[in-house]
Design a protein around this ligand. Structure first.
Ligand code: M6R
Length: 614
């Protein structure tokens, strides 16, 4: 988490930094800050309430900020030290001539800090990051350049970093380096840039490169030199940019979440476009790197992901097992790599990650590669770290997602994984061609169905209004409705701040039903699938204990409506595809609950969109 940015070689660096920080805000917004290199030394502004307040700080009161052609900036998701101004980046060294921004975690910061303090350094923050400024200072006192100082400093460090530093003695230079945390660099005319992620630089340049682990870039106006941590020449990876600045904007919507919810039909259609060959067979992009022989030789699938991406993986388990007949495990990435997953060359490991940068998933996939078998990534970001490291990539084509709550990327992940399940079934001959064609037709019809559900947002708003004061929610589902319930509960937790437990409805009686009492809200995914009758029984069980019942049900299904206090209606689709449709009213429900409680849906507390720490 955290976002960093830097620019050198512009007339006025500050607006460029603020604009970029605004676009990186989804990586964290506990605090923000910038440092400029001016004729008289470094100038710094920091604030503890997100980049808007940095902007306010700069334009409101006091001396106007100086004009500078070079600067660095940071937006923070706090790990070490409270989210206050003192812990905000950039951090200085003792001389106040060096400023540094950092994303990641310096795991051995405590021992480094102890040695620095013994050596006479004064550390002013509680962050792990500040040790880096002082380590570079130590090296520079010995007469090295800023770049060599950073190289040497990083050799002492354990953990993850994307780091950028400027120094008053080298007033046109930014040095930057990475390990695990992402960092991109670019040059356009006489200007050079760096940022944590592509959206920050959209509009500035399309010539972007991703630094690899332990690479260091020296950026001067219009030039870039990349080395490894020992000074040997190195080559960063050129990036393919297929997003434009407009796609990353708010486009007249009140917030990004609303915009992204409304983009779902388009995103699903884009993800499915071109996947059917003229002869009717289903095809994956070449980038997926899966030949017919590969698809036929797979004996087992292992899905690794976090959060909403994990929930998409859970849906895929049902589809892959049912259609392709392949045993499929789904693992939470942060657990996967620390157990002993049994994989072999006939295992297909699939990493599901919107950002392609989530460190738990990235490290999980690295562990899988070491154990053998192919690694495929389902990602929304072209040339993300995972995409570059995997054997193949299946891209969701949702366009940039800025809202912290995953919406359009979650639906497109389900669709991409279901497409993969059908391709596996086709290659392995586990389903008849006619059935595969029919399911593909139904997948292709989903955008129209989603358009119809989007029309119903006001109905959901009315239900949310009725539930404004409720604090305890259970989200229940069975079969593919279970991951839908988990995802609905996650959405409610993260943006509405209600206690929302997602459960397999049949599991409730094994303990959690003790928590049901009058006033508890039970949200059930009760669209028709093979377990609908059992689901109805489970709803009866909580209804008889006084819960308020909200059900997602198929249009006109009066038997389901009889069980509910409030209905969220959706059109009926094939049960295996229903998660794509049923998720939508639950996104709306979380959205309107958050609105009713006055929360900022795009900036939920304590969260960041891209989680690059363990
Ligand atoms: O970028 P990823 O898909 O790897 O992110 C994984 C989770 O952090 C993410 O899905 C998170 O749970 C959502 N933002 C929740 O809405």
């Amino acid at each position: 988490m955290c976002g960093i940015i830097g620019v050198t070689g512009v007339d006025d660096a500050l607006p460029v930094l603020l604009e970029g920080l605004g676009r990186l805000e989804y990586r964290g917004y506990d605090s923000a800050g910038v440092a400029l290199v001016t004729n008289t030394g470094l100038w710094r502004a920091r604030a503890a309430e997100g980049t808007h307040s940095v902007r306010d700080l700069l334009v409101g009161g006091g001396d106007p900020p100086p004009l500078a052609s070079i600067g660095i900036g940071h937006t923070r998701w706090a790990t070490h030290g409270q989210p206050d101004t003192g812990n905000a980046h950039p951090h200085f060294d003792c001389t106040g001539r060096l400023a540094l921004v950092h994303n990641g975690i310096i795991e051995n910061h405590a021992e480094l800090a102890r040695d620095l303090v013994r050596g006479g350094h004064v550390l002013t923050s509680k962050t792990d990051s500040e040790v880096l400024s002082h380590l570079i200072e130590t090296e520079m006192v010995r007469g090295t350049s800023l770049a060599e100082g950073l190289r040497r400093a990083l050799r002492h460090v354990r953990g993850s970093f994307a780091v950028a530093a400027v120094h008053a003695e080298e007033p046109d230079l930014i040095v930057a380096a990475r390990r695990i945390s992402p960092l991109i660099v670019g040059v356009e005319g006489g200007t050079s840039f760096l940022a944590s992620d592509i959206p920050a630089l959209l509009g500035a340049t399309r010539r972007l490169f991703a630094l690899e682990d332990d690479q260091l870039a020296e950026l001067r106006p219009g030039t870039m030199r990349v080395t490894d941590l020992y000074g040997a020449h190195a080559r960063p990876a050129a990036l393919t940019i297929d997003w434009d600045a407009a796609a990353a904007g708010q486009d007249g919507y009140d917030d990004f979440m609303t915009k992204e919810i409304h983009e779902q039909p388009k995103a699903v259609a884009a993800t499915l476009r071109g996947r059917r060959a003229p002869d009717g067979t289903l095809v994956l992009d070449e980038s997926a790197g899966l030949s017919h022989d590969d698809l036929r030789s797979i004996e087992r699938v292992c899905i690794v992901a976090c959060g909403s991406s994990y929930h998409a993986g859970l849906v895929a388990k049902y589809a892959i097992e049912q259609w392709a007949g392949l045993p499929t495990d789904v693992d939470i990435a942060s657990e996967f790599r620390y157990r002993n997953p049994i994989l072999n060359e006939r295992t297909l490991t699939i990493g599901v990650s919107q950002s392609g940068e989530t460190v738990d998933t990235l490290q999980g996939l690295r562990a899988a590669r070491e154990r053998g078998g192919k690694v495929l990534v389902v990602s929304n970001v072209v040339d993300s770290s995972m995409a570059r490291e995997a054997d193949g990539v299946l891209y969701t084509r949702a366009g940039p997602e800025v809202g912290v709550a995953a919406t359009k990327t979650h639906l497109t992940q389900i669709v991409a994984l279901e497409l993969l399940a059908l391709v596996l079934a086709q290659a392995r001959g586990t389903r008849a061609a006619g059935e595969i064609a029919s399911l593909m037709d139904q997948l292709l019809a989903l955008p129209d169905t989603l358009e119809a559900v989007l029309e119903r947002t006001k109905d959901v708003a009315e239900v949310a209004q009725e539930l404004t004061d409720a604090r305890d929610f259970f989200y229940l589902g069975r079969h593919v409705g279970h991951p839908v319930a988990l995802e609905g509960a996650l959405k409610a937790k993260e943006i509405s701040y209600v206690r929302a437990e997602g459960y397999a409805a049949g599991e409730l009686k094994h303990g959690p039903i003790a928590l049901i009492e009058p006033g508890t809200v039970v949200v059930g995914v009760a669209t028709r699938n093979c377990l609908w009758e059992k689901m109805c029984s489970n709803i009866e069980e909580v209804r008889s204990r006084g819960a308020t019942i909200v059900l997602v049900g198929n249009d006109g299904d009066e038997r389901t409506a009889d069980l509910a206090d409030h209905m969220l209606w959706v059109p009926a689709v094939d049960p295996m595809l229903a998660p794509v449709v049923d998720a939508l009213p639950l996104q709306f429900l979380a959205y309107w609950l958050a609105q009713a409680r006055g929360h900022d849906v795009d900036r939920p507390r304590n969260l960041a969109k891209t989680v690059t720490v363990e």
